[in-house]
Ligand binder design. Structure first.
Ligand code: FAD
Ligand code: NAI
Length: 466
């Protein structure tokens, strides 16, 4: 029987990163994966394919709408959807191969099949009717998450799709109805809207992007509406009639009231994700779940069963690839006897639309609720030189600093490249920096990042270009 120091179940960004770090620390490591390819949701049906389509569709949109005003004359772009899907697949394949390479480079065994925990130190791997059992000192559960479903609405991945189907539609839907104005709805809605679909988003709450700073979300909604998105807030889809050529969705106000019917060619259900623990044998093995079905862990990622740990989407916290990766590193270090740690106060979030939205730390609503005194510094991209010359002036930077100490508590950006710009705020916050620290840091000119510096200056009411 093969024996290991660590067996990681699942090869998403949590699992494979954990395996690499453990191997670096001298452990004999195996990963178990039931999918045909490595890389989990993120590489196969999540971050990577969605970003490939966001990039390609943005180029399509720019070629059709922005080139002419810069004096670049091209004939009206034509969509070759199979080629765009091929571009997406090449991106997936390249990244999956990268993970395979990392496994080989770090001498990590890849065990293909479904992993089941038989108890402390024992994992069974089953595939094609055969199974093997391996022994291991430690087990990390990194089995990720699955789509959340709407009761009574069956996802066929053709006309009623989850994000997985929405990443592989074989033609642009005339009308796309999206249930849920969260990250997936707005990113994939952007892809298909740019390619020509009419998009209506139905959201249960009275705002889009719950959890993001309210002021940023409001501005983002206005920008998306200007692009052509339609929103029905405070509403829910209760049924979809699939009997006709077009789908007929029943929409009801969230607070109750008269229903209306909306027709659509495709309905995308994206109302969140749920932890995935099927087939792991957790109940029999004695690994406890929390009331929301997530694997319960202590602050050191340890589950209720000795020698078994859990990380990533399958445990509490934001369902983000980089959160899973950082937990993977931390748990490997903890198993190796080091002080692995994740700072949950500084985990950035990015929505990869045009413009992008990024955020780290507390929102204004959270600070109000916690009764923490704060100062706001804001700076619009309309006053940023580089944005002006590029004519991409939508959005602003918002910095929230402690009223007494000036320590930066939250940074929120809406604008082009916001997803790249957020990281100087992350580093600043990791070091407990102040708005003054940021304001006195020299920023290259002309860059969009100068708007971050100006927002920091605005905390002290001394922005220069406003
Ligand atoms: P996963 O990536 O879900 O991997 C789990 C793996 O475990 C899977 O490969 C699965 O097959 C395997 N597995 C499960 N059970 C077993 C078993 N019993 N035996 C063997 N193998 C098993 N996050 C971001 O940070 N940025 C983004 O831009 C982003 N975009 C996204 C876009 C979409 C459309 C979606 C759906 C998600 C996106 N996410 C994004 C979220 C991100 O994909 C997840 O947070 C991340 O993949 C979680 O990593 P993980 O390692 O916990 O699990
Ligand atoms: P989400 O949690 O971001 O948004 C779901 C939305 O659906 C919420 O606004 C919610 O209020 C709404 N909703 C819930 N039930 C509803 C109902 N019955 N009717 C109408 N609206 C309803 O979840 P989403 O977009 O499915 O994404 C899942 C996860 O994937 C998220 O946790 C996200 O972090 C991750 N992800 C991250 C990305 C990124 O980092 N760029 C990109 C895509 C996904």
């Amino acid at each position: 029987m093969a024996t290991y120091d660590l067996v990681v179940i699942g090869t998403g960004p949590g699992g494979y990163v954990c395996a690499v770090r453990a191997a670096q620390l001298g452990m004999k490591v195996a990963v178990v994966e039931k999918n045909a390819t490595l890389g989990g949701t993120c590489l196969n049906v999540g971050c990577m394919p969605s970003k490939a389509l966001l990039h390609a569709s943005e180029m399509f949109e720019e070629a059709g709408h922005s080139f002419a005003k810069m004096g670049v004359s091209v004939s009206s772009p034509k969509l070759d959807l199979p080629a765009m899907m091929n571009f997406k697949q090449q991106g997936i394949d390249g990244n999956v191969k990268g993970v395979e390479f990392l496994m080989k480079k770090n001498k990590i065994d890849v065990l293909k099949g479904t992993g089941k925990i038989l108890g402390t130190g024992k994992v069974e791997i089953s595939a094609d009717g055969k199974s093997q059992v391996v022994e291991t000192k430690n087990i990390v559960i990194a089995t990720g998450s699955d789509i959340a479903r709407l009761k009574g609405i069956e996802i066929d991945e053709k006309r009623i799709v989850s994000s997985t189907g929405a990443l592989s539609l074989d033609k642009v839907p005339g009308k796309l109805l999206i249930v849920g104005a969260g990250v997936i709805g707005l990113e994939l809605g952007s892809v298909w809207h740019r390619l020509g679909a009419e998009v209506v988003v139905v959201e249960f709450l009275d705002r889009i992007l719950p959890g993001m700073d309210g002021e940023i979300a409001k501005q983002f909604q206005r920008i998306l509406e200007k692009q052509g998105f339609a929103f029905k807030l405070g509403a829910k889809v209760t049924a979809v009639d699939t009997s006709g050529k077009t789908l007929k969705a029943t929409i009801e106000p969230a607070a109750g009231g008269a229903a209306e019917t909306l027709e659509a060619d495709v309905v995308l259900v994206c109302i969140g994700r749920v932890p995935y623990t099927d087939g792991l044998g957790l109940k029999e093995a004695g690994v406890a779940l929390d009331p929301r079905g997530r694997v319960q862990i202590d602050p050191h990622f340890a589950t209720s069963l000795k020698g078994v740990y859990a990380i990533g989407d399958v445990v509490a916290g934001p369902m983000l690839a980089h959160k899973a990766e950082d937990e993977g590193v931390a748990v490997a270090e903890i198993i190796a006897g080091q002080a692995g740690h994740v700072n949950y106060d500084v985990i950035p979030g990015v929505v990869y639309t045009t413009p992008e939205v990024s955020s780290v730390g507390k929102t204004e609503e959270e600070l109000k609720q916690a009764g923490i005194g704060y100062t706001v510094g804001k700076f619009p991209f309309t006053a940023n030189g580089r944005s002006k010359v590029n004519q991409t002036t939508d959005g602003f930077v918002k910095i929230l600093a402690d009223a007494k100490t000036d320590r930066v508590l939250g940074v929120h950006i809406i604008g082009r490249e916001a997803g790249e710009m957020i990281h100087e705020a992350c580093v600043l916050m990791e070091f407990g920096g102040s708005a003054e620290d940021l304001a006195r840091t020299c920023h290259a000119h002309p860059t969009r990042s100068e708007a971050v510096k100006e927002a920091a200056l605005a905390v002290g009411k001394r922005a220069i270009h406003m």
